[in-house]
Structures are given as C-alpha cells and as structure tokens.
Design a binder for this molecule. Structure first.
Ligand SMILES: Cc1ncc(COP(=O)(O)O)c(C=O)c1O
Length: 393
C-alpha cells in the first residue's frame, strides 16, 4: 500500500509551489549563492552589510530591562502603537493600535488573514504575474486559487477581468502594490474601480469579499512615485506589511496585519484574528517586538537603490534589452531576447550572473533582476549581460 504524508490541501499547495521548488533544488544559483565573485540578482536578499542603526536597535532590544523581557509575547503595546502611528502619518488613514496584529513578516500576515476568512472551497483571486507563494498559500488555507492576468501592456490590474472572475464562492482578492515582480503601483482610479466592483459583488453574494492588500514594498518607492493604499477605498480591507523589505533584513521575521478604521464589524474581526494569530501562526520574537519602535523610522538607502536602478536600466537598454522602469519595489523585469527564459537565464548563470527566470513568476520570456545586489555586482555584471544578448542575436 502506498501512502503520502501530505494531506489533500498540502498536496495542492505543494503542486503550486513546484516551479520555484524546482528552481531552488536544481539551479546553479543554489549551488553558487554566497560564492565570491558571483553577481547575485536572483532574490531580494541583502548583498551589503545591514544598516548600522538597525543593528544597534536589535542590540539594544536584546538587553533585558525586566524579568518578563523574554516572556511570551502577544501584540506588545509600544510596537503596535509605533506601527499604527507610522501608518497614520504615511498613509493619512487613522489606523488604531488595537487594529495592528504583529506577525512574522507579510507571509504570516497573509496566512493569518486567510486562516480567518477562508472556508474550505472558498475562492481567492490573485493577479498574475504574482508573488510566487500566493497560489500555494491559498491552497494551504483550504482555499481555491483563482488567477487573473494583469493588463500586460501597462502591468495595471485588469479590474474587468477580476469582476468577471468573481463567483458566489469568492472570499478574497489579493492585491499587491507596489508589485513584485512588475514594480507597478496601482493608481487611484484603478483602486476606486476595484472597490466598486468588490462592493457590488459583495452585495450580490450576500457576504463581503475581502481585499487583502499586500503592501510589503509600500515604502520602497522611486522618485516621483506616490503610493496610495488600496485600503483607502474599500472598507473590507486588510493591510499586510513586512519590515523585511524596508530594512532589507527578510530573515528577521517582522511585519503586521492592520485593519483600517472604516472596516465594519471590527470588534468581531479583532477577536477572530487573535484566534488565528495564536493558533500556530506565530507572533514575532520578543527582541523584534521590543526593537520595533526604534526600527520603524529606518529604511534602506532609497537614493542609492534608485541610482542602481537607473544605471542598470540605461546599460541594459544600451545593449539591446527591453526594460521598463519600475515605480517601486527593488525589481527590474527585462524581456529575454529569446523566448526561452530558462535557457537564456541559464546562459547568464554559466557566467556567474544569477537572475530569476520569468516562468517562475508566470511571465515566460522575461527575467527578474533584484536590485538588492551590491554596486560591485552590478558593475561586474554589465559586460556579461551585454555578451549574453550579443550571443543570441
Ligand atoms: C509581494 C510580497 N509579498 C509578501 C512577501 C513576504 O514577505 P515576508 O518575507 O515579510 O514574509 C514578499 C517577499 O518576497 C513579497 O515579495
């Protein structure tokens, strides 16, 4: 008799995870990551030393001031208030500290949101190209993933297609702005139209469709770009945030889920979220909770990131790549000069330049560059990008 330790929903989650798992298991990047001399653009990982003020805040927070310093933690008051104050100031929405639920990053915030909202068989809509974990996370939450393509000419949300994908089983729509991998910030008119579509569909369904606003990159904005939170337009929204991007310290698991003050039935929702939060999904470790007020105002050097973006866009265009300019996040998304992104990125990898093949983010024919690489890596890589396109011309 054959058996698998994977339950039904985990099998679905596992299948959705497939392309990225394969990449992790078999790519040259996995065996070469961390080696001296490589140019590593594959993931949003730091390639420079961490911000000194961040390190200092963690050091300070790790010195106990009271016997309960490292006791079990829930949602610590000063951390919640620091996060709510920052949201009020940056987004102009009156978030309350009691509506901030501290999490181990944005993924945990998303897991908690779905554990709270999704009943088995409920559908959750996400846009493609997506962050590559959405589909598996929806399946893991016993939901049914429903993908809708963005408008590929502008990378804007296709609100009509989202409307057409809604059924009586739709429970939530995930929106990620600024977007990984496209760098697109969805503009207010798009968000207003989305809110209208969700409001009328919720009325027709007789239960609310929730908007899960994944704002992991809401502070990684390039000059001239303005971010508007999708939660400003729609009352049944949850905001999901990560300090991992803002501080480029994704291994230090810290983020939150926040409910906007306009959400109907907030009291009930707070109780439900606490149950999900403490049923295995986890709150951040004590040190990070103590450090949060000090690290809240910190951010990676955006001017430097922007210079790196501009250097790469210009150099890649000069040697013939088609590249659009992202408004936010730290990703570039050039088109491959040949349709087979796996083969082209393998060619780059053979030259120790590591990027993410587009098919992994459901965008075959493209590749993703993470601008978290160091300036030295950028400099070393440019002649190799030029040689790679020259070779296939
Ligand atoms: C769009 C998006 N959402 C969520 C996450 C997860 O963030 P965290 O590492 O804080 O869980 C990421 C990380 O890459 C992301 O790109």
């Amino acid at each position: 008799m054959t058996d698998t330790p994977l339950s039904g929903h985990i099998q679905a989650s596992h299948a959705a995870f497939g392309p990225f798992m394969d990449f992790l298991a078999t790519s040259r990047w996995t065996s070469r990551a961390g080696s001296p001399g490589i140019c590593d653009f594959a993931a949003g990982n730091p390639q420079d030393m961490a911000l000194p003020a961040y390190v200092e805040a963690i050091r300070e927070a790790s010195i106990p001031r009271s016997p309960d310093w490292f006791a079990y933690k829930g949602n610590e008051g000063p951390a919640r208030e620091a996060a709510a104050a920052s949201l009020r100031q940056r987004l102009g929405i009156d978030f309350e500290s009691d509506d901030v639920f501290l999490t181990k990053g944005a993924s945990t915030a998303l897991a908690i949101a779905m554990a709270t909202l999704v009943r088995p068989g409920d559908e959750v809509i996400f846009s493609s190209p997506p962050w590559f974990f959405y589909e598996s996370m929806i399946a893991f939450s016993h939901g049914v993933p429903v993908r809708v393509k963005v408008d590929l000419s502008s990378f804007d949300l296709d609100v009509d297609a989202i409307g057409a994908a809604i059924t009586p089983r739709t429970r939530a729509v995930i929106v990620n702005s600024p977007n990984n991998p496209t760098g697109r910030i969805y503009p207010p008119p798009t968000l207003e139209r989305l809110a209208q579509v969700l409001t009328s569909a919720s009325e027709a369904n007789g239960r609310p469709i929730y908007l899960l606003s994944d704002e992991a990159y809401n502070r990684i904005l390039f000059e001239g770009a303005h971010f508007t939170s999708p939660t400003s337009y729609y009352r049944h929204s949850m905001l999901l945030y990560s300090y991992g991007k803002t501080l480029l310290a994704p291994g230090q698991r810290l983020g939150y889920l926040a409910l906007p003050p306009s959400m109907p039935g907030r009291e009930e929702m707070r109780k439900a979220l606490l149950v999900s939060q403490f049923s295995g999904y986890g709150v951040p470790d004590a040190v990070l909770q103590h450090a949060l007020p000090a690290i809240e105002p910190l951010c990676i050097d955006l001017a430097r990131l922007q210079r790196r973006r501009d250097v790469m866009v210009e150099a890649l265009r000069e040697c013939g790549y088609e590249v659009h300019v992202p408004e936010g996040t730290f990703y570039l998304l050039p088109r491959c000069p040949t349709p087979d992104d796996a083969a082209f990125t393998e060619r780059l990898a053979a030259d120790d330049v590591f990027v993410l093949p587009g098919h992994i983010v459901e965008l075959p024919g493209y590749f993703r560059i993470s601008l978290t690489a160091s300036d030295e890596m950028v400099e070393r890589s440019l002649p190799r990008f030029a040689a790679a396109i020259e070779a296939v011309r």
